[in-house]
Design a protein around this ligand. Sequence first.
Ligand SMILES: CC(C)(COP(=O)(O)OP(=O)(O)OC[C@H]1O[C@@H](n2cnc3c(N)ncnc32)[C@H](O)[C@@H]1OP(=O)(O)O)[C@@H](O)C(=O)NCCC(=O)NCCS
Length: 209
Amino acid sequence: MTRWDGTPVLTTERLVLRTFRLDDLSHYAALNAQPEVFRYLGGEPMRRQDSDDIAAWANDVYARERMGLLAVERRSDGRFLGMCGLHHQSSMPDDVEVAWRLAFEHWGNGYATEAATAWLDYGFGELELPEVISMTDADNDRSLAVMRRLGMRFNREQQIEDEGLRRRDLRDHRRRMARPPRELAHAAVSPSRRPRSISSPRRRSSIRS
Ligand SMILES: CC(C)(COP(=O)(O)OP(=O)(O)OC[C@H]1O[C@@H](n2cnc3c(N)ncnc32)[C@H](O)[C@@H]1OP(=O)(O)O)[C@@H](O)C(=O)NCCC(=O)NCCS
């Protein structure tokens, strides 16, 4: 049974990173249907049910694994901005990926980098991960820029079969898997190469539960 209690996991200067609440779902569905957002995420607007399923999946992953692609909330006004977090990438289940997605109107404020920095800190610290990867389409310049700001280094390009967004709906899953493979850029970061903002003793994030 999915819990929708908005458990705070990390805080940063401007953000709370937490599990989804039911009142996030309409906002999440709205951003998942924004053309600027879905351009690199399957190329078509996501249906409301699929968006809700992904949020439920994220909360379930957090309950099981203490990680997940969770909600990003702005502390100053409680606005839901999007999602960011860590998960086992479906095409590379042995790896943990850091991923991000914000509503278009919140791009250009440094929120994705701030949230991802906190999740990396948590991944290398609390979860003791040896490495965190990130993947994106080779021409997703904004996502590549976030990777660079995080100190990630280019690892390789490869074609993978990517269902785009992890679904619990098997019918959709198969449909998306049938899409032609996409060119993806694959970046990786290891603790020894963590940027100063992550390894600094003045931690920008703190565990709240
Ligand atoms: C990828 C995505 C999350 C990047 O968002 P973003 O806002 O560009 O990234 P950041 O949070 O790092 O913000 C950086 C920008 O904020 C600016 N900025 C403004 N105030 C800032 C502050 N206080 N601190 C840091 N940066 C700030 C930076 O200068 C930079 O601006 P620029 O875009 O003009 O270079 C966003 O484009 C998105 O959601 N895309 C759709 C989903 C997607 O493709 N996800 C990835 C799939 S693999």
